[in-house]
Ligand binder design. Sequence first.
Ligand SMILES: [Zn+2]
Ligand SMILES: [Zn+2]
Length: 407
Amino acid sequence: MRAKASESLFCFRTLGIQPFVWSQGPWFKLLGRCPTWGENRGRKLMTKLEQDLVAIRRHLHQNPETAHQEYQTTEYILACLRRHGIRVIDYGLTAGVVAEIGGIVPGPVIALRADIDALPVTEQTDLPYASRIPGKMHACGHDFHTAVVIGAGILLKQLESDLPGTVRLIFQPAEETATGARWIMEHRVLDDVSCIFGLHNKPDLPVGTVGIKAGPLMAGAYGFVVEIQGQGSHAAVPDHSVDPIVTASLVVSALLEVTIRTFDLGVRQAVLKRFEDIVYGVSSALGASASIRWVQGPPPVNNHEGLTDFVRDVVAGTGLRVVEPKPSAAGEDFAFYQQSVPGVFVFVGTSGHYEWHHPQFDLDESALPFTAEFCKELCRLALTRLQFHDPLAFYGEADEEQIFDGP
Ligand SMILES: [Zn+2]
Ligand SMILES: [Zn+2]
C-alpha cells in the first residue's frame, strides 16, 4: 500500500460565500486614506497596477511549473522585478528569487514571502488563461501570491528612499513538497531578518477580508509510506497464503479514523503512535508484516502573538475587513520560517468556488491590487515600528496610535 496523508485523509468544506459590494469595498477606502494621491490620480495608478498584476498572474497561471522545476517562473519574476528597477540579490538559488527594496536609510531587514510552485493537477476550467501545460496547474493559487508580492515590490519601490530599512522579497520554490522554505533558509536568506510575513489566498473568505489569527493557523503534516508484505502460495492452497491487498485494504479501513494533521506537537506524537498501532496490529492479525516510513512535513503554522496584533491593526487601517479564520488542516512550509524568526501568515479572501488543489480552482482577481497595497503597508509600517521596538516584543507597551503615523 502506498498512500499519502494529504491524498487520502482530508477534504475541505467550502463555506458560504458572502457577496462583495465593490463600491463599499477596500478599493475606495484605500484611495480615500491615501494622503498623497488625489482620488483620480490614485485610481489611475491602481488601475494600471491591477492590469499589470492580472497580466502577471495569468501568465504564471498559463505556464505552471511544479516543485524544484520553477525555472521559467524564476526568469519571468526576474524580468518583472528588473522592469521596475527592483534589485535582485544572488543567493545562489537555482529556482526562486530574492529581491530587496530599501536600505538607503539604514534599518532592519524584514521579509515578505510568496510561494511560486504549481501542482501536478490537470486543470478542468474553461478559463481563457487556463494552464497550457498538461498535468500541471496553479491549483493552490501560488500564481496569485507571486503577483501580489511583485505588486507590493512595485509599490514599495515608489517609497524606497523613505523606507527605514530593507524589505526582502522571497519568491520561494517547492512549497507543495514542503522543501522550499528549508532550502531558502539553507541559503541563509533569513539570517539577518527581523520578522517575516506571508499570505495564502482563501477561497471560502470573501474578497475584501483578511483572515488573521494568533497562534496555530495551519496544521503540521506528516506523509507516510506503508509497505505490507504478504505470503504467496498456489491458488489450490489459499490457506497457506496471506494476501497483502486484503491486508492493506483492512489497514486503510481502520486508518480512516486517523489524520496525520495536527496543530499541536504533543497531539502529533499521540496520533503517530496510534497510526503505528493500527498498521502493525491489523497486519500481524492477518499474518502479514508491515513497515512504515515517515515523510516529515512542516510543523504547524504558528503566528507570533504580538506581531499578529500589529498585522490586524494594519489590515483595519487599509479598509479591509479582519475576520477570524478557522484553522486550516492543510500544511504550509512557511512554518519553518516561523521556527527561526517571528512571523505571521494570513489568509486573503478570494471568493473562490472550489477549494485548494481542486482541478476547477479559481479566484477573484479583483483582490490582487489591494492585497498588494496591504502587503506594501504591512512592510512599510513594520519597518517604521522596528526602528523603535524589538520584534519579539513587537506590540508590547507601545502606543497603538503611533503605528499609523505616516512616513
Ligand atoms: Zn497547496
Ligand atoms: Zn498553497
